[in-house]
Design a protein around this ligand. Structure first.
Ligand code: C5P
Length: 238
């Protein structure tokens, strides 16, 4: 049975092994997974996954957001999966046929999460990039289209905002939904760049299987206590 903490993915948005190890040590009993993104992976290389495994023995989301020609994506994904991460992320805007080539061979059972649409992209960006009006005027259509592409290509899940998660889970209940942009009501993040935010409870109520929550925990006076508050909030809606 999944408990509140199992929903929490804590992003290790740091560049040194020491900082990463410090957060893993503090939070290992209070979160479900640690996320290793490009900053930490590029700075420290694959050995950081061993460090996390050694301290916490828990699951890792390797957030590489892979995006390249199919042959390169496939080889990069296979290389990443040899480190045994629970999730690896890929962009899904190269389309179903190409994604399928990546997803079809997955000997380690690593779950593939497709990024539907980066939350930093807005209407104006899409227009400048040449997207059709129907998508520019309604970003959720694009998010849903990409969720369908991800599902049909054989990806196990998607990353989507808390505002789209209910719709995605309604149409594709079998897809794992990972939701970033989470802000508990009590958290104050200075100069916050997250725009389409939801609370942990709302994200889970809307169907999120996991939430990515960084700064509200990292910047708290007591990060372990903050993570505990988040998991209690999630448990209140389970
Ligand atoms: O909670 P906070 O804003 O600090 O979380 C930041 C983390 O969320 C970063 O690791 C970032 O990569 C991730 N993120 C994401 N997808 C988004 C927005 C943020 O994975 N659309």
């Amino acid at each position: 049975m999944k408990t509140g903490k199992d929903y929490i993915i804590f992003p290790l948005d740091v560049s040194t092994q020491e900082e990463a190890a410090r957060f893993v040590t503090i939070l290992k009993d209070h979160v479900g997974l640690f996320k290793v993104g490009l900053e930490l992976f590029v700075s420290q290389g694959p050995r950081i996954l061993e460090v996390i495994q050694k301290i916490a023995g828990c699951k890792v989301f390797l957030d590489l957001k892979l995006h390249d020609i199919p042959a390169t994506m496939k080889r990069a994904f296979l290389a990443a999966s040899t480190y045994g991460p629970h999730f690896v992320s890929v962009h899904c805007d190269m389309g179903e046929r190409f994604l399928k080539e990546v997803a079809v061979e997955n000997p380690g059972g690593t779950k593939i999460l497709a990024i539907t649409l980066l939350t930093s992209l807005n209407k104006e960006h899409l227009k400048t990039l040449g997207y059709r009006d129907e998508y520019v005027n309604d970003l959720t259509r694009l998010v849903l289209l990409r969720a369908r592409i991800a599902k049909e290509a054989g990806c196990q899940g998607v990353v989507c905002s808390g505002q789209e998660v209910a719709m995605i889970k309604r149409q594709f209940p079998g897809l794992i939904a990972v939701t970033p942009g989470i802000r508990p009501l009590w958290s104050v993040v200075s100069k916050d760049d997250q725009k389409r935010i939801v609370t942990p409870a709302d994200a889970v109520k809307n169907g999120a299987d996991y939430i990515v929550i960084g700064r509200p925990i990292r910047d708290a006076d007591n990060p372990a206590e903050a993570a505990k508050r988040v998991s209690e909030e999630i448990e209140s809606v389970l």
